[in-house]
Design a protein around this ligand. Structure first.
Ligand SMILES: *Cc1c(COP(=O)(O)O)cnc(C)c1O
Length: 380
């Protein structure tokens, strides 16, 4: 820990725990102490830590070919693109990235090229990443202010149907939103907001971007969250859970935007490499399973019902296994710290009064009950 302070930049506030091993929803620290993981690396380890199919796929592919770059064809990437593109219908195409922020950058560049310029509108409470374009679409003073000036042409509006309808006009290139706002504290946007966004974008020739980096890939109980809504986006971003812990993201461009990028427009050295694509195939085999998705929905309902009964808990929000609760008296960061150090339960605070739970999607009923018992002890 002292060496970390000495050699790493100070931008993360780390807890005094060093993890060395993981399996399913369990983690072990350097002293061999076991923890229950209800954060999953922020919705990354959706299939659980070290899922055997992911481990085997990575080991096998790493022994055959690790990297050649995007000047050549590789089969794992092409097959993965096919599996993802299907989500937005015939004619959709995929651009791979290394992260969520880069998927957002690609979406913004795609929308602006299609419109030959134009503004980008995001919603208040949004989080789209830390690179300049993604940060410019993340209307949070504390994250933006130290890095001004930001990219020109970005505006934000309230996450309401009326505000969205009023914000989009003929100069709008894109409206970007998270259908479930994650970092903002797990806010499920109403269908009427999404419908208003779809209608406004259609009326003004703007791209509707759904950022499903956190809420996609089974997290809310369907493969993509938009499947639970009446709206299909033009552009969809994914990342976090896609590689089973390895860094991979993607922009899925629906048919109207699939052919916007031309050779030389955009690119990156690493994305879609064989090892990461092999891992993602193994992940998709697990999370695209109807039985698993039904379990995610059931477990989420049970979790929210019990959370609502815990002492000191106010609003409980979420879908599937993407959930948060507010503490009536605040103190979320302190509760998260005590949960980790006293109860060996890994959680996360998205704000002073909000605790977020993002367990692996393979979490068992017994593990959900165990996490709730540990929380009850802390809150009791
Ligand atoms: C985490 C996140 C991002 C950024 O992803 P990185 O991989 O950290 O760049 C973008 N959008 C949403 C909704 C996220 O939750």
């Amino acid at each position: 820990m002292n060496l970390s302070e000495e050699h790493l930049t100070a931008n993360y506030a780390r807890y005094p725990v060093e993890f060395v091993r993981g399996e399913g929803a369990r983690l072990w620290d350097a002293d061999g102490v076991e923890y229950l993981d209800f954060l999953a690396g922020i919705s990354v380890s959706n299939v659980g830590h070290c899922h055997p199919a992911v481990v085997a796929a990575v080991q096998e592919q790493a022994a055959r070919l690790i990297h050649v770059g995007n000047l050549f064809y590789t089969e794992p990437m092409t097959a993965l693109a096919g599996r993802l593109a299907r989500s937005l219908g015939p004619g959709a195409k995929v651009f791979f990235t290394n992260s969520g922020a880069e998927a957002v950058e690609a979406a913004i560049k795609c929308a602006r090229k299609a419109k030959q310029g134009g503004d980008v509108i995001s919603l208040q409470r949004a989080f789209h990443g830390r690179t300049y374009g993604a940060l410019s679409a993340t209307p949070q003073e504390s994250k933006q202010a130290p890095f001004a000036p930001l990219v020109p042409g970005f505006r934000s509006c309230e996450p309401t149907a009326a505000a969205v309808a009023a914000a989009v006009d003929d100069r709008t290139a894109a409206l970007i939103l998270e259908p479930v706002q994650g970092e903002g504290g797990v806010w499920v946007l109403d269908d009427e907001v999404l419908v208003a966004a779809r209608e406004a974008c259609d009326a003004h020739g703007a791209a509707l971007i759904f950022d499903e980096v956190q809420c996609g890939l089974g997290r809310t109980g369907t493969f993509w969250h938009f499947e639970q809504t009446p709206v299909v986006p033009d552009l969809l971003t994914t990342a976090k859970g896609l590689g089973g812990g390895l860094p991979v993201g993607a922009l899925i461009a629906g048919p109207a935007y699939a052919d916007v990028f031309a050779p030389g427009d955009h690119g990156s050295t690493f994305p879609g490499g064989p090892v990461i694509a092999a891992a993602a195939h193994a992940v998709l085999d697990v999370v695209a399973d109807a039985g698993l998705l039904a379990r995610v929905r059931d477990a989420g309902e049970r979790l929210r019902a019990t959370l609502a009964e815990l002492p000191g808990v106010g609003d409980v929000r979420g879908r599937g296994l993407m959930n948060a609760f507010d503490l009536d008296a605040g103190g979320a960061p302190e509760l998260v710290r005590r949960a980790l150090l006293e109860e060996r339960l890994v959680l996360n605070a998205t704000g002073p009064a909000t605790v977020r739970l993002l367990p692996p999607l393979v979490v068992s009923d017994a593990e959900v009950d165990e996490a709730l018992a540990r929380l009850r002890r802390l809150l009791g």
